[in-house]
Design a protein around this ligand. Structure first.
Ligand code: ADP
Ligand code: MG
Length: 347
């Protein structure tokens, strides 16, 4: 898993900064009419006919990823996903990205190429134009900073603020898998360190690993909601974990939220992995993070439009702020969500 499968190592100096920029950006095509000028000038020029949304996220080696198990192509893909997820969480359509990288001199041209293959695959799959970036040296590992840009009619933009008493709380997909994927990668890394001859035993966990290494942003959800004629009252993406995102929605909307343990959507492999690691699956779902699903509230009258949708789970409802944020367990007990933070399973 950790061996170098790409022995060819061309130093970046051979190409120079501009040669490198040409090399990594030459395959990218512009597909949006709102991209007036892309890569190559001092600045890109955009012309959106709707409101523009802009978001930035930075990934730092050793903080957000570990190159000993994150393949560069996946990392490039994930760097774009993390950002597109924030655009979709505004109920907007992602249209452009910029990508800035800081690379150390131990990083050969081949590695940069791999990283950009992932970025290119993400841009093609999600139909966004790469319109610029910056390339610089780093003395302490790889840094990738992406800015994503999107557009939406002003009245269709959905914020964290807007939920009100009685609204239903909905989450897309399933949660907790990315965190369990990370647990498996950490364990295999430890096993590999102890004995490099050991073949990692990860086949049973391919879904969990994919959710961690190559997440998909939920481009389909704003589209689905539009088709269903549902405009969420508030929305956020799940980057940090369900409990902290629920608390964000409550804070911005000045409401409380009650969720039900038995409604939380878990993939069966998350449950299996949690048993194996002796972790509580509800705690993982609440605190795990990096799921990049969308969490949103809808008016109660929209219930019939979403209740049977396999991509959507209604996990709770909005209550008055004075009631706070609570989880109702399978046993009917009510537990404040605030108490179930990341730290509850870090010891
Ligand atoms: P400047 O010196 O004016 O900032 P650069 O030489 O850094 O310009 O960049 C030249 C062009 O290449 C610009 O359009 C810039 O946005 C783009 N660019 C630079 N680095 C990257 C990168 N890592 N990924 C994508 N585009 C890049
Ligand atoms: Mg520059």
């Amino acid at each position: 898993m950790i061996e170098d499968k790409n022995p060819q190592r061309t130093p970046v100096e051979n190409l120079g900064e501009f040669g490198l920029i040409d090399f990594i950006t030459k395959n990218f095509e512009i597909s949006h009419s709102s991209t007036v000028t892309g890569i190559g000038d001092d600045a890109a020029v955009l012309n959106h006919s709707k409101s523009t949304v802009v978001t930035t996220d930075m990934l730092v080696e050793g903080v957000h990823f570990d190159l000993s198990y994150a393949p560069l192509k996946h990392l490039g893909y994930k760097a774009i996903m993390v950002n597109l997820s924030d655009v979709y969480a505004m109920n907007a359509v992602a249209t452009q990205v910029t990508v800035s990288i800081a690379i150390s001199n131990r990083f050969p041209v081949e590695a940069v190429k791999e990283l950009y293959e992932g970025i290119e695959m993400a841009c093609k799959t999600y139909n966004v134009d790469l319109i610029g970036g910056d390339t610089t040296a780093s003395r302490s590992g790889l840094v990738i900073s992406v800015t994503a840009i999107g557009e939406q009619d002003a009245e269709k933009i959905v914020r964290r603020k807007g939920a009100s008493d009685g609204d239903l709380l909905v989450v897309s997909g399933d949660i907790g898998a990315a965190y369990m994927g990370l647990q498996i990668l950490e364990r295999e890394k430890a096993v590999f360190k102890a004995n490099p001859q050991n073949q990692p035993d990860i086949d049973a966990y391919s879904y969990l690993l994919e959710r961690q290494l190559k997440p998909e942003a939920r481009k389909d959800i704003p589209k689905l909601l539009e088709e269903l004629d549902v405009l969420p009252t508030s929305m956020i993406d799940l980057s940090d974990g369900l409990s902290s995102e629920i608390i964000h929605l409550c804070k911005h909307s000045d409401v409380g939220i009650t969720i039900y343990e038995d409604k939380i959507p878990l993939d069966p492999t998350v449950i299996t992995a949690c048993e194996e690691f002796n972790l509580d699956s509800t705690t993982i779902a609440l605190s795990g993070g990096e799921d990049y699903e969308l969490l949103f509230t809808v008016k109660q009258e929209d219930f019939p439009k979403i209740k049977a949708n396999p991509s959507l789970s209604i996990i709770g409802h909005v209550v008055d702020a004075s009631l706070g944020t609570n989880l109702v367990t399978r046993g009917g007990e009510q537990i404040p969500i605030r108490a179930m933070g990341w730290n509850s399973f870090q010891e």
